[in-house]
Write a new protein. Structure first.
Length: 130
């Protein structure tokens, strides 16, 4: 397992969990719900990789976290290596992912695409494995 684990804050974390499963094939491993129905902490897996996420109000403001939808853009993205990027792309597109760039064969040997999730985070998926 990687020792670098991205964490993301979402306005509607329960919806994000469902969408990331449906569109990008993530598997929810752990969810700790807050009293108000939000998510205090969740872990999702895709292959050997993990991400953590929570509701925006779960400590996000104290950390200075700004959500992409509130900023009108993103300053970073998450790259996920997948075995069958063509099938992954078809799944994401069918689930309504907003495609940023279409499947492209890159000069460095990767085949990849990029998409935004419903709250504006940038995700890139491809065959690149450094």
């Amino acid at each position: 397992m990687s020792n670098v684990i991205p964490f993301l804050r979402y306005e509607d974390a329960p919806a994000a969990l469902r969408w990331l499963e449906q569109a990008f094939g993530f598997e929810t491993k752990t969810v700790h719900k807050s009293d108000d129905g939000g998510v205090d902490h969740a872990v999702m897996a895709v292959g050997a990789g993990r991400i953590m996420l929570s509701s925006a109000k779960a400590g996000g403001e104290s950390l200075g976290v700004k959500l992409p939808a509130r900023l009108g853009g993103v300053s970073q993205g998450t790259y996920v290596s997948v075995r069958d990027v063509d099938a992954h792309y078809a799944r994401a597109k069918a689930a309504g992912a907003r495609i940023v760039y279409e499947l492209t064969d890159q000069p460095y040997g990767s085949r990849e695409y990029g998409a935004y999730d419903p709250e504006g985070y940038l995700w890139c998926f491809g065959t690149y494995e450094p």
